[in-house]
Write a protein that binds this ligand. Structure first.
Ligand SMILES: NC(=O)C1=CN([C@@H]2O[C@H](COP(=O)(O)OP(=O)(O)OC[C@H]3O[C@@H](n4cnc5c(N)ncnc54)[C@H](OP(=O)(O)O)[C@@H]3O)[C@@H](O)[C@H]2O)C=CC1
Ligand SMILES: CC(=O)[C@](C)(O)C(=O)O
Ligand SMILES: [Mg+2]
Ligand SMILES: [Mg+2]
Length: 491
């Protein structure tokens, strides 16, 4: 097996990277009918497996779980997840041969192994599905020619896939059909029905490609979504403690601060998030975020380049082959950080105080979202995809930090995302050493200033730069269509 992306010609690479079409609601009018009555078997019952299955069953589909015999015998978490939710569970021999659609929702590092075990048992003409294209794109997995290969990739953690569905909504989703495996021309119909089953169609579906999904997904999770939130959390916490802010307060300001400031981002983009600051604090946050962008731009570009060349996946796969030595070491080290161990105060922090005392957090988010968006679009990823992978998903990841700090984020995201998150964090912290020396409690921990004096011309100039960034333009369009979909639903 070899890297599939690297076997493509430049023309083919650009064509695949540029696949991104926002699908119209009318394209989902057939609902789940292409999968109605079909036997859908999910392999793996973890973060995505359980939550996608719950949604699809509620949408009227026939779901069961194929688990490894050992997981059944030992009643492992996957077995408990499935049986406690009254799903039918069996081993591969029991369930795979009669499956019309097999959803491979095992961790990426297990895909080659899992697919090689499952594929010989699959009936002729069945469909194999992924929620992340790593195995196909980075490992070059070849699938039997009679099988259809599709992808339905929710742009968020598994826990939020379920929460959004229960709210009557869904999460933006990328769908794709592997061009090498669509012998009966049924891939798109099935992928669309699957996206309706998980509720994704209510939030927005992009007709994408395996290539575009993998390259953008890896970039988002390593940089703004997980990596930068981790780096920003640790550095901001340490700085506050060093400057005498009460540690319990500092930890709470970070744990819930990301969630609070990115909630404003979710509703009205960077413009609205920055507007929640006082005018002088906004001017300062803008200045700092410009500085942060200059410092971190080379690192964001390096992550994008290493993802494109296959260097990232090659080195991560070396760690897989080495029993995850680095992943496990880095996970343990994260658990030992002062931020992670600090108990938070029970004192209340008002919503506005998170902004007023968190100027630096806002600056980190603006810098990270814009840099990730810019690095992706400069490399051929289309804007809507880049928006979902940078701005849209940041609040969903911030929600996991609010629940139980970085440990919870790193537990819920995939192992692939977690590995890339640590990689970025370890490179980013030293880059910011000099910058952090300039940081004081006026931008993290306390209010920037009590005055509201500001230069009109300066404010106008800054507002215009913020509002005219391409992520704001595409964001306004995509958010408008999400609201529209919600309205249709409740009518
Ligand atoms: N985590 C997330 O939020 C997101 C994940 N994805 C993608 O979804 C896929 C699944 O990831 P995720 O949900 O994080 O995975 P998890 O680690 O949460 O779950 C993995 C499940 O697979 C089972 N499993 C592990 N190894 C094997 C194996 N060799 N053979 C069969 N089953 C195995 C485990 O059960 P047991 O060990 O008990 O057998 C467990 O139930 C990945 O492709 C990931 O990139 C996409 C978007 C977001
Ligand atoms: C949650 C998600 O979409 C990630 C970050 O891509 C992942 O967990 O792999
Ligand atoms: Mg993702
Ligand atoms: Mg991912």
């Amino acid at each position: 097996m070899s890297n599939y992306f690297n076997t493509l010609t430049l023309r083919e690479k650009l064509e695949q990277l540029g696949k991104c079409r926002f699908m119209d609601a009318s394209e989902f009018e057939d609902g789940v009918s292409a999968l109605k009555g079909k036997k859908i078997v999910i392999v793996g019952c973890g973060a995505q497996g359980l939550n996608q299955g719950l949604n699809m069953r509620d949408s009227g589909l026939d779901i069961s779980y194929a688990l490894r015999q050992a997981a059944i015998d030992q009643k492992r978490q996957s077995f408990k997840n499935a049986t406690s939710n009254d799903f039918k569970v069996g081993n591969y021999e029991d369930l795979i041969p009669s499956a019309d659609l097999v959803l491979n929702l095992t961790p990426d590092k297990q895909h080659t192994n899992a697919v090689n075990t499952v594929m010989p048992l699959m009936k002729k003409g069945a469909t194999l599905s992924y929620s992340h294209g790593f195995n196909i794109v980075e490992e070059g997995m070849k699938i039997r020619k009679d099988l259809t290969v599709i992808m339905v990739a929710p742009k968020c953690p598994g826990s939020e896939v379920r929460e959004e569905y229960k709210r009557g909504f869904g999460v933006p989703t990328l769908i794709a059909v592997h061009p090498e495996n669509d012998p009966e021309n049924k891939g798109w119909e099935q992928a669309k029905a699957y996206a309706v089953g998980t509720g994704g169609d209510r939030a927005g579906v992009l007709a994408s490609s395996f290539v575009a999904e993998v390259k953008s997904d890896l970039m988002g999770e390593q940089t703004i979504l997980c990596g930068l939130l981790q780096t920003g959390a640790i550095l901001s916490f340490d700085k506050m403690v060093e400057k005498g802010i009460e540690p319990g307060y500092a930890a709470k300001l970070i744990q819930y601060g990301w969630e609070t400031v990115t909630e404003a981002l979710k509703h009205g983009g960077i413009t609205n998030m920055m507007d929640r600051l006082s005018n002088p604090a906004k001017v300062e946050a803008f200045r700092i975020s410009e500085e942060l962008k200059d410092i971190m731009r080379p690192l964001f570009q390096k992550h994008m380049d290493d993802i494109m060349t296959g260097h990232f996946s090659k080195t991560m796969m070396e760690d897989w082959a080495n029993d995850d030595v680095n992943l496990l070491k880095w996970r343990a080290a994260t658990g030992e950080t002062a931020f992670e161990k600090q108990e938070i105060t029970s004192d209340e922090i008002s919503e506005q105080e998170y902004f007023d005392h968190g100027t630096l957090l806002v600056a980190f988010v603006r810098a990270g979202v814009e840099l990730a968006f810019e690095a992706m679009t400069e490399s051929g990823i289309i804007e809507a995809s880049a928006y979902y992978e940078s701005l849209h998903e940041t609040p969903l990841i911030a929600n996991t930090i609010a629940r139980m700090k970085l440990a919870e984020m790193n537990r819920v995201i995939s192992d692939t995302a977690e590995y890339g998150c640590y990689l970025f964090d370890h490179a980013c912290k030293p880059l910011l050493t000099d910058f952090m020396k300039t940081v004081d409690t006026n931008i993290i921990g306390k209010k920037f200033t009590d005055s509201n004096e500001v230069d009109n011309q300066e404010l106008i100039r800054i507002n215009s730069i913020i509002r005219n960034h391409p992520v704001e333009k595409v964001g306004a369009k995509l958010r408008a269509s999400m609201t529209a979909m919600k309205v249709i639903k409740s009518a």
